[in-house]
Design a protein around this ligand. Sequence first.
Ligand SMILES: [Cu+2]
Length: 445
Amino acid sequence: MIRRAGLVAVFAVLMATPAEASTTTHTWRVGPVDMGAYATEQALEDARAPKKFGYLTAMHARIVDAAGRPVPQERVMLHHVFFVNHGRFRGDRRAGDCRNRNGETFYGTGEEDQAIALPAGYGYPLRRRDRWRVGWMFMNHRHVRERVYLQYTVTVTDEPRTPVKPHWISVSCDDGKIYNVPGDGGVHERSRTWTVPRSGRIVTAAAHAHGGALAVDVADERCGGRPLLSSDARYGLADDPIYNLSPVLHEPAPRSMSVVTSAAGWPVSRGDRLKVTSRYANDSPHSAVMGIMHLYIAHGAGRPEPCPPPPADVQAQRLAFLGAPGREQPPLEQPELSELGDDGVARPVADLTGPLAVRAGDAGVAVRNAAFRPRRLSVPSGAVVRWRFGDPLQHDVTLASGPRAFASGYRERGTYKTRLTVPGQYRIFCSLHPVTMSQTIEVRP
Ligand SMILES: [Cu+2]
């Protein structure tokens, strides 16, 4: 009898909603990843997906230990993570940042630690047979070995939602989407104009940027370049442990980049030109930076008028972070060259030791056996220095500190060259092997 009464109640619920609606938050892990002393590790691998029809409404990823406790950045730093949906078959999900490709990046973050929570009523559509891949890069800041995991949480609902499509827009389409902020004063801006492929409304935006970033914003070229939205950087306070590491192997990125949302949305029409600009403090050089805007667009009607007013329900969100609300200006934290002691501990050094190779003009450097040769080089101002890569593992050439920024991007083969026109002492390292691969170049006036 009770069962029968229950059936009536269930039937009433079924009438009210098309199916038994459910919302589930999954917590999954990638790993373990064993991090050697001062090691950088990266991978692009398959990742567990919800395997059901529905909508993703929220997502977050972070580094944790075996017990599930968050690992602080001063131990192991999440340099970046991104999740790509390859869909049910090749070509099912296609997206393009600098060029179109198979797979659709739908969530990403890094040191700026962002969680995406789409506004109520929206969701990223999922299919049961979607295949996910995850790309990640971690860096161990210390001589202590660490065993860590990437833990990600995904909230999925099978309630009806207005679907959103994620678009990743990098201001740089160069190798690895990196570029350099030279360090010649003021605020450095780099922009790329992106053409909206399909009408709708932007409902969520967030940016990925590196150390020195101030903001990544979007302006509306159709309406005189007026600003639409901005993801703003916040840095920790002076006592933040991330600014008290020795040696500094990596310029600390913002503790937070804001995630902006609006349920009403910013209407955009197909063919509109949006100018994405990445802004960095330019008082000191920042090598190999990024400026990537993540836009989530709900497709539908475009602009109701040429220049509609901004939505009234805009919210800027941040996860809690150490030192919150933090500061807007980046601290001056330049990477240092270091040398490994017999005890396995790296200590900062102002200069390298060994013979100095003095050249009268252009110079070549071999990147082989995980070393730069010559290690100490002197060239006249205006000389072109060319690095030749030839190792079975990836390296890069990155300015740690010096008069002007430059960086090669990761590579195993090929060459990278730059003309050094500003005299001074250039401290250079491989950002993947910062304590073992360093070089100095003196540029004579
Ligand atoms: Cu290297």
